[in-house]
Design a protein around this ligand. Sequence first.
Ligand SMILES: [Zn+2]
Length: 144
Amino acid sequence: MNNHCQFCRIESFKHQIICQNKNFHIIHSRSPLTKGHVMIVTKKHIDSFLDLTELEIKDFFKILKKISKSLKKTYKYDGINLFTNVGETAGQIIPHLHFHLILRFKDEKESPFNKLNNSKPHEIHKRLTREEIISRIKNIKENL
Ligand SMILES: [Zn+2]
């Protein structure tokens, strides 16, 4: 637990939580790159997957599979990108391990990675309101 870390302060993202298991939270992004953009966040404060235990790795893939199935039913995506940034050089902003799950669609106009590579990504893609996040989570939860 690190008091300065936004992923350690559950109050700061409570309304974004879709589901959880012993070691991970699945949270909905505030500024989704595509619909259904969620993050898999460790409950403990570590900055890299190199610090995961064997049990946590197993838990990670269990919850990844669960949320991916639910998102498939909800959004009928055609593909998935799963990634994490480790280290500032790789673009890690929050030093608390989290994986981005980005849904991809055959008919998408632009790669979501173009938005990511923009120097001010939050200025070019929409930030969801609290109500919008809650409504999307409700739809995903119905398919869990
Ligand atoms: Zn943390």
